[in-house]
Design a binder for this molecule. Structure first.
Ligand SMILES: NC(=O)c1ccc[n+]([C@@H]2O[C@H](COP(=O)([O-])OP(=O)(O)OC[C@H]3O[C@@H](n4cnc5c(N)ncnc54)[C@H](O)[C@@H]3O)[C@@H](O)[C@H]2O)c1
Length: 257
C-alpha cells in the first residue's frame, strides 16, 4: 500500500530538480500526479515514463506557467477531467538570480516575485477550492532557508521566499476549517540545475559544502521529495502552518570548530 493511494496531486516545476523527484516519489507511493511546468519536452517525457512504468492514468503533463491565472484554471480543469478531482498541491516552481540589492533591476526583482511569490498565491487561490470540494487535502509550498534568514546576493529571491512563508501561515489559518493543511519546505543547498546549472560533479564542490554544512555535503532532491511526501501524506495529519528546514544543519548556528 502506498502512502498516497487515492490522492491526486499537482506538482509545479515538475520537469526537473526537486519537482521531478517529488513527482516520481508521489507516483511511486500511489498518487495520480499532474506534472506542471514550462519545460514541455522534459515534462512530457517524465509523464510518459511514469505512465509506462506504473500504468495508464497515473501521470499527465500540463503546460503551466505559474504566473498566469488562465494556465492555473486550465491545469485544474485538466486534472479534474483526467482524474476526477484534485486533493494535493506542491507549489515547487521557482527561479533564482544572483544580484546585490543595489544592482538589481526592477524587472529582475519583479520576475522573481512573480514566479516564486505570486505563483504560489495563484496556486493556493485556484487549487484550494478544488481540494475543499474533494473533502480536504494538502498544500506544500517551497520556500527556502533564505525564507528564514538573509543571504547576500539573493535579495529578491530571499524576499520572495519570506513571502512564501507568510502565505503558508495565513493559508493554514484560513483553510484549516476546509480540512486543508498547508506547510512549507525550506531547503538549504540542494544539487539541482538551479544550484548547479553547469551540472558539475558534486565531488568537485565537496570541499565547499564540507566547510559550510554541518552534515558535510550538499543535499539531494530526493531528500526534499521525502519531506514533501511526509507533509502531503497522513503521517503529518496534525501539522499545519509550519516551515520545515532541510539543510544539513546549516541554519543551526555558527560553528568555529
Ligand atoms: N536547489 C536549491 O538549492 C534550492 C534551495 C532552496 C529552495 N529551492 C527551491 O526549490 C524549488 C525547486 O527548485 P530546484 O532546485 O528543483 O530548481 P530547478 O531550476 O531545477 O527546477 C525548477 C523548475 O521550476 C520550473 N519553473 C520555473 N519557472 C516556472 C514558471 N513560471 N512556471 C512553471 N514552472 C516554472 C522550471 O522550468 C524547473 O523545471 C524552487 O522553488 C527553488 O526556489 C531550491
Amino acid at each position: 500500500m502506498g502512502k498516497l493511494d487515492g490522492r491526486v496531486v499537482l506538482v509545479t516545476g515538475a520537469a526537473r530538480g526537486q519537482g521531478e523527484q517529488e513527482a516520481r516519489l508521489f507516483a511511486a507511493e500511489g498518487a495520480r500526479v499532474v506534472l506542471a511546468d514550462v519545460l514541455d519536452d522534459a515534462g512530457e517525457a517524465l509523464a510518459k515514463e511514469l505512465t509506462e512504468g506504473l500504468g495508464e492514468g497515473r501521470a499527465v503533463y500540463v503546460h503551466l506557467d505559474v504566473t498566469r491565472e488562465e494556465d492555473w484554471t486550465a491545469a485544474v480543469a485538466l486534472a479534474k477531467e483526467r482524474f476526477g478531482k484534485i486533493d494535493g498541491l506542491v507549489n515547487n516552481a521557482g527561479i533564482l538570480r544572483f544580484n546585490e540589492l543595489l544592482s538589481t533591476p526592477l524587472e529582475e526583482f519583479q520576475a522573481i516575485v512573480s514566479v516564486n511569490q505570486t505563483g504560489c498565491f495563484l496556486g493556493i487561490r485556484t487549487v484550494a477550492p478544488e481540494i475543499a470540494a474533494a473533502g480536504g487535502g494538502t498544500i506544500v509550498n517551497t520556500a527556502s532557508y533564505t525564507g528564514l534568514t538573509g543571504m547576500a546576493g539573493v535579495g529578491a529571491y530571499a524576499a520572495s521566499k519570506h513571502a512564501v512563508l507568510g502565505l503558508t501561515r495565513v493559508a493554514a489559518l484560513e483553510l484549516a476549517a476546509r480540512n486543508i493543511r498547508v506547510n512549507a519546505v525550506c531547503p538549504g543547498a540542494i544539487d539541482t540545475p538551479m544550484s548547479n546549472p553547469e551540472g558539475v560533479d558534486p565531488a568537485s564542490t565537496a570541499g565547499l559544502y564540507r566547510k559550510l554544512v554541518p552534515l558535510g555535503r550538499i543535499g539531494r532532491p530526493d531528500e526534499v521529495a521525502a519531506l514533501a511526501l511526509f507533509l502531503t501524506g497522513e503521517d503529518s495529519a496534525y501539522i499545519t502552518g509550519q516551515p520545515f528546514v532541510i539543510d544539513g544543519g546549516w541554519l543551526a548556528g555558527v560553528s568555529i570548530l
